[in-house]
Design a protein around this ligand. Structure first.
Ligand code: ARG
Length: 464
């Protein structure tokens, strides 16, 4: 038997392998809510414009509600022969409503139907991810405020660079996440146009009201070009790009958790709730969740490159290749959501070993820049020269195998006779961080103020 939805000119059923490669119902059934919502908006518009009768529209709308109920309860039987979610829903609708159900597809095609369904799905996903990122920010800000003055080593090249505070480090991530949210927001604003009514590719001869369906579905306006409406998936690409960048941010923090919970750093502890043991080594506490966040980021990045490759060779308008747009997006969104939840859990769970961080903060001559700055400030030395002099101070400490704080005034004067006693003060890590009061710098007072600014802005958002 040929397909009952489009088989008029066909005599026989598709080959089994044709059916297998063609069907998307296995994954696009996740669009069922959006599909039914969009169909209800469409049929209400068809009635309002007189294209179908009020009676038919009512019956179709009630039938769609019934289908929704059946899918939600698990009673619905999905059929692969019906290819996708659109035809599965419509076919069941026709069993419930009878021939009038066939009027639903007036002035519509699966091409604009899938475009609108998928946009609605991605829009919902973006909103849910935004709320999750906000929760992670809130957890980080809380810990940052608590540890605004906890001194730790700051790194470049993963070598000790200059002391910073733990709060400052956490707030760096909060800023990165804020830009992630901005990217999702921008993508959302651009995607929020309704492709419904573009029909197959050329629009329709029926007097439809696209403004009305756009409004009913919460879009800002209808899309302006019917070819573009059914052709592009840039909204999915932008969202995947935002997911990939956000996941990359999480992955970098995850990497730090992996490093910092190990015995060589020993900066952080995760409780039993976020650690796993080894089946052979009884002493082990592994940060598996952090490693998995780092690892799963590969999938999210893969989804972005996968869809870019699908799209890059497609002429306008719709091609079936585009059916490949969904699985990557579903997986990336679900993966990022899981990673965000895990990172938020770890952010709330982790305990910094502030004594250990502090003890490591001066390692690797990390206050050397402070001596150079002293020479510039007190002696008016050009920075390049001060850098050179300080290099000799570091070499002296290094030759003795001690840290900078072990040097005496005489030691310093052996290198540069104009050193004075207060030069010794800048060698301490607390003085070092406290001096970095430039806007955005690591001085504890700055960090506390930034944490407070974030706390207020996240709380205002929640209130709003
Ligand atoms: N399942 C299809 C997809 O996801 C729906 C659109 C099908 N359109 C078509 N002309 N065959 O892309």
């Amino acid at each position: 038997m040929s397909n009952k939805m489009w088989g008029g000119r066909f005599e026989s059923a598709p080959d089994a392998i044709m059916e297998e490669i063609n069907a998307s119902i296995e994954f696009d059934k996740d669009l069922f809510r959006q599909d039914i919502t969009a169909s209800k908006a469409h049929v209400a518009m068809l009635a309002a414009t007189g294209i179908v009768s009020d009676g038919d529209a009512k019956a179709i709308s009630a039938g769609l509600d019934q289908v929704l109920g059946e899918i939600e309860s698990g009673a619905f039987k999905f059929s692969r022969a019906l290819e996708d979610i659109h035809m599965n829903v419509e076919s069941r609708l026709s069993e419930i409503v009878g021939p009038a159900a066939g009027r639903l597809h007036t002035a519509r095609s699966r091409n604009d139907q899938v475009a609108v369904d998928f946009r609605l799905w991605v829009r919902d996903a973006v909103d849910a991810l935004d709320a999750q990122i906000r929760d992670l920010q809130a957890a980080l800000v809380e810990t940052a405020a608590e540890h605004a003055g906890a001194v730790m080593p700051g790194f470049t090249h993963l070598q000790p660079a200059q002391p910073v505070t733990f709060g400052h480090h956490l707030l760096a991530l909060v800023e990165m996440l804020a830009r992630d949210r901005g990217r999702f927001r921008d993508a959302r604003a651009r995607m929020n146009e309704s492709p419904l009514g573009a029909a197959a590719l050329a629009g329709t001869s029926f007097p439809i009201d696209r403004e009305r369906t756009a409004r009913a579905l919460g879009f800002d306006r209808p899309t302006a070009n019917s070819l573009d409406s059914v052709s592009d998936r840039d909204f999915a690409l932008e969202t995947l790009a935002a997911c990939a960048i956000c996941a990359t941010h999480l992955s970098r923090f995850a990497e730090e958790i992996v490093l910092w919970t190990g015995p060589f750093f020993g900066f952080l502890k995760l409780s039993d709730k976020f650690s796993t043991g080894s089946s052979i080594m009884p002493q082990k506490r592994n940060p598996d969740a952090a490693e998995l966040v780092r690892g799963k980021t590969g999938r999210v990045i893969g989804a972005l490159s996968g869809l870019l490759v699908v799209m890059k060779g497609l002429p306008l308008a719709y091609s079936k290749d585009m059916q490949e747009d969904k699985e990557g997006v579903f997986d990336a969104v679900q993966t990022l959501s899981l990673c965000l939840a895990a990172m938020t859990g770890m952010a709330r769970d982790m305990t910094p070993d502030v004594a250990r961080m502090r003890a490591s903060a001066g390692a690797g001559y990390s206050t050397a820049t402070d001596i150079a700055d002293w020479l510039v400030r007190r002696l008016g030395m050009p920075f390049r020269e001060a850098h050179h002099v300080t290099g000799r101070v570091v070499a002296l400490a290094s030759s003795r195998g001690v840290g900078l704080e072990a040097l005496t005034l005489d030691d310093l004067r052996g290198v540069e006779p104009r050193f004075e006693r207060d030069a010794l003060d800048v060698l301490g890590v607390d003085k070092s961080v406290a001096s970095r009061t430039s806007y955005g710098g690591t001085a504890p007072a700055n960090v506390a103020a930034q944490a407070e600014r974030w706390r207020k802005s996240l709380a205002d958002e929640r209130g709003a």
